[in-house]
Write a new protein. Structure first.
Lengths: 505, 348
């Protein structure tokens, strides 16, 4: 109840007309900048930080909350409409979202992303309000062994992305793993696969990989097929808004996405990518329309988008309770806190209650603002797709290049983008799925680092992965997810004497 | 609580006052305060932070931008831009290759860049730039979680000497300041640095989680990053890498009350001082006259109340050292660090 009265105080701070105006400004700027490829929420907050120096702390944080949520929403807009994800958390959104957009369901995809983000953001902020101290304790039990187990669990998501041919899926996965190896090794400081090029020392950004494979690869593919098939993109087909059926198919993924995203986001090294993979594979397993996956299933947008937003709120748990910044944006917010002489951490709730609760209240408000601002604009955004194809894809190519330039500021970055784009074209040409490559590029390096850290701490004893209870539990879940369905089918067949299942194997 | 709020109010008033002055200042021409006949900078001053937004170099650059303007040391515009990657060496090579002779361009750098040059096999080195000044620094702390059996540094060292691999140290990236401190300490204790079980994390946050969660035996990081957890008692600070109370009247260590309450390594018999310092360099081919003008401007900055307040606010130490003195210190640091990294097997 203490939390409630504190929260009420927080709202009384955040709900003044002036503060609402700052929330609106934040959401607007955040969406605007977030739509630009290559500029994620972290860079947006960093760029706008100096603007807030003249504001009161609470106003500054209200504006941040708006920028943060706005930036994330803007990222999914380009992901869905143009297949150019602006940050790693919205890569999975592009998989189904862009297919939906091409089938004329772009507005529904944008709506389910916006409403899902709102639902997830609101529930996760509630979680932050009431569960923060508990989550913080659980999070500390997560060591390298647990992270590795979690990543192995996330690797099960790949099975949902592999497509029809196992060999083709694995080719794609290993391409991603290889790209992920490029750069300085985090544990020994040795450069790998950099060919003496300085700009490759920091590795290839996974957003560059995704934009190359998705946007550039697709542009080349469309250009090569231009004369053959005419109708590839339909701007609007059927109802512009979400139909009753869309709602029915969206609400459960929203809730499941939230349930996955918030706890993982609260972990010090959880991040936003793993929950989006997990949510995607879960939705694919649970859907009534498995045939639509890969062709634009609304569940594949609703779930990962909710997971992404819920994990963003989860990131605030370790930041506020432990003083642990666990994402780039959180690190910048920490810098902002320090700017105001506030040290986040164990004593923050006692020392600056008005500020913390004001910030939490402003998260609720920012979320609502985002919905109000963006839903009416959905119809406008999808008009983008009625641009004639040569111009549209030309524009996408320019955007993809700009985004990479903004991120890497080097010619090498552009060369890498286009080289990956050509690979993406060849993958389409030979019917190799691009999803596993992206997942491999993100999870591969993380799996390696956590594995080696765990082995270093245990001094080479590999049994840590199964002797630590949390790690063992997560691994068991992964095993069940991989082998459970097969065992189940075998058992069913055995019991019913049904041999029809063999044909589908 | 009250003091905090009133401090906040004072600061806001100060900001308001300064903004008013700036407005007035833009209408009334103010005579330049520099003693020498300096016209620096001759245009917009560009400050490069050779790292991503939000880090230590970026924060330093953005605070310099603010204070140089507010104190009227630079009357024109000051712009900050980020060139990130490869331990700052991408920014360094841009400074050397594209901005030689440009006196309106400065770059923030520091201890980490020296290691970065070796680790990243950078073709460009700090020998090529024009050193201006060392500005600030943060001392390192060695901590254990509150429930750790180690009460003092001696306790920890006894076990460390008995079996170096049995103690795991959580800290920042391989070859960074945190890693260097442990390697240098091992050298002092006669332990081969290669045997040290140093677990590199990508940031202070992840390393902190590993220490709090008991994944690693001990942790090492800049004091500022973990100050809140030390104050709240969740972490026990065993040592700080600052200077022992110097009898020779050298620059006092000003890390605030918290830093002063932690025993230094030197106090505990390990002759080691290491600060994660940050400084300013200019591109190559700057004339001695211009260099003197830039140094004069930073002398003025260091004397200003605004800069002192900034240093205090972030809990940094003032390690101001300008011109030739900085040049000599920089050369010493390059030798020490490269030697240690070579012994660690990180550079060949």
């Amino acid at each position: 109840m203490d939390s409630l009265s504190n929260l009420a105080d927080g709202f009384s701070v955040a709900l003044t007309p002036e503060n609402l105006l700052w929330a609106l400004v934040g959401v607007f700027l955040g969406t605007l900048v977030g739509v630009l490829p290559g500029i994620g929420p972290a860079l947006t907050v960093a760029l706008l930080l100096p603007v807030t120096y003249s504001l009161e702390p609470i106003q500054a944080f209200i504006m941040f909350a708006g920028i943060y949520y706005g930036g994330m929403y803007g990222g999914s807009t380009t992901s869905i409409l143009l297949n150019t994800p602006g940050e790693s958390a919205s890569i999975i959104t592009a998989l189904e979202g862009n297919r939906m957009a091409k089938r004329g369901r772009g507005a529904a995809a944008l709506s389910t992303a916006a409403i899902g983000s709102f639902v997830a953001g609101t529930i996760a902020t509630l979680g932050l309000t009431f569960l923060a101290p508990v989550m913080a304790d659980v999070a500390l039990n997560f060591g390298p062994a647990e992270y590795l187990a979690l990543i192995i669990l996330a690797f099960t998501a790949i099975t949902a992305l592999l497509g029809s041919s196992l060999v083709r899926g694995l080719v794609s996965l290993f391409f991603g793993l290889a790209i992920g190896l490029i750069g300085i090794d985090a544990l020994t400081g040795q450069p790998r696969f950099t060919f003496g090029n300085q700009h490759l020392l920091n590795g290839v950004d996974v957003v560059t990989v995704a934009v190359g494979l998705f946007a550039v690869g697709e542009t080349l593919w469309v250009a090569s097929r231009m004369r053959h098939d005419k109708a590839d993109v339909e701007p609007i087909k059927g109802s512009l808004w979400m139909t009753k059926d869309d709602w029915r198919r969206s609400w459960k993924p929203w809730l499941r996405g939230t349930a996955i995203g918030f706890p993982i986001g609260s972990l010090p090294a959880g991040g936003a990518e793993i929950p989006t993979f997990l949510s995607y594979s879960l939705e694919k397993k649970l859907t009534d329309h498995p045939e639509e996956f890969g062709k634009g299933a609304i569940e594949g947008v609703a779930g990962p988008e909710a997971a992404n937003n819920a994990s963003a709120a989860g990131v605030l748990v370790p930041l506020l309770t432990l003083g642990l910044p666990t994402s780039a944006t959180a690190a910048i917010m920490l810098a902002a806190f320090q700017r105001y002489n506030i040290q986040p951490g164990p004593q923050l709730f006692d020392r600056n209650p008005d500020l913390v609760w004001g910030l939490i209240a402003s998260l609720y408000i920012g979320n609502l603002m985002l919905l109000v601002l963006n839903l009416p604009l959905v119809g406008l955004w999808v008009k983008l797709l009625s641009i004639p194809r040569p111009l549209l894809y030309g524009g996408i190519l320019v955007f993809a290049g700009l985004g990479t330039w903004a991120q890497s500021q080097s010619v090498t970055g552009l060369v890498v983008l286009y080289a990956i784009g050509i690979v993406g074209y060849l993958m389409r040409r030979f019917d190799i799925p691009v999803g596993p490559a992206v997942v491999g590029g993100i999870l591969g390096p993380e799996a390696e680092t956590h594995f080696r850290r765990a082995m270093q701490i245990s001094q080479g004893d590999a049994s840590v992965f199964v002797t630590r209870p949390l790690s063992a539990t997560i691994l068991a879940v992964a095993v069940v997810l991989i082998f459970g369905p097969r065992v189940w089918r075998l058992w069913q067949r055995h019991r019913g004497g049904n041999t029809g299942g063999l044909a589908t194997e | 609580m009250e003091t905090r709020e009133s401090a906040g109010l004072t600061r806001r008033l100060a900001v308001a006052a300064v903004s008013c002055l700036m407005v007035i200042g833009s209408f009334v021409p103010v005579a330049t305060v520099m003693a020498q006949d300096c016209e620096w900078p001759s245009g917009t001053l560009q400050l490069m932070a050779p790292a991503a937004a939000g880090g230590g170099w970026d924060t330093t650059a953005r605070e310099l931008q603010r204070v140089l303007g507010e104190e009227g040391i630079v009357e024109g515009d000051v712009e900050v831009f980020n060139v990130e990657g490869a331990g700052g060496t991408i920014g360094l090579s841009e400074l050397v290759s594209e901005h030689a002779g440009d006196e309106n361009m400065l770059m923030v750098m520091g201890l980490v860049m020296i290691g970065g040059i070796g680790l990243n096999q950078s073709p460009v080195t700090l020998d090529q730039v024009t050193p201006i000044a060392q500005l600030t620094g943060e001392y390192e702390v060695i901590v254990v979680p509150a429930d750790s059996p180690y009460q003092t540094l001696d306790d920890l060292i006894v076990d460390f000497e008995a079996d170096p691999t049995a103690i795991s140290w959580g800290g920042g990236s391989a070859g960074g300041t945190d890693h260097l401190l442990i390697a240098l300490m091992a050298q002092q204790l006669g332990i081969d640095p290669v045997t040290v079980n140093y677990v590199a994390f990508s940031g202070g946050g992840e390393a902190l989680a590993s220490v709090l969660g008991g994944q690693t035996t001990a942790g090492v990081s800049g004091l500022g990053e973990w100050a809140a957890q030390i104050e709240s008692g969740e972490l026990r600070a065993l040592a700080i890498s600052g200077r022992a109370d110097s009898a020779d009247g050298a620059t006092p260590v000003a890390e605030g009350d918290l830093g002063a309450s932690i025993p230094t390594l030197q106090d505990q018999g390990i002759d080691l001082e290491l600060a994660n310092w940050r400084g300013i360099v200019a591109p190559p081919e700057i004339s001695p006259e211009s260099t003197a003008c830039i140094i004069a401007a930073f002398d003025e900055l260091n004397a200003s109340e605004g800069w002192q307040a900034t240093i205090e606010q972030y809990g940094w130490s003032n390690l101001y050292l300008a011109g030739d003195e900085f040049d000599v210190y920089l050369d010493e640091q390059i030798v020490t660090i490269n030697q240690t990294l070579t012994e660690l097997g990180l550079i060949g």
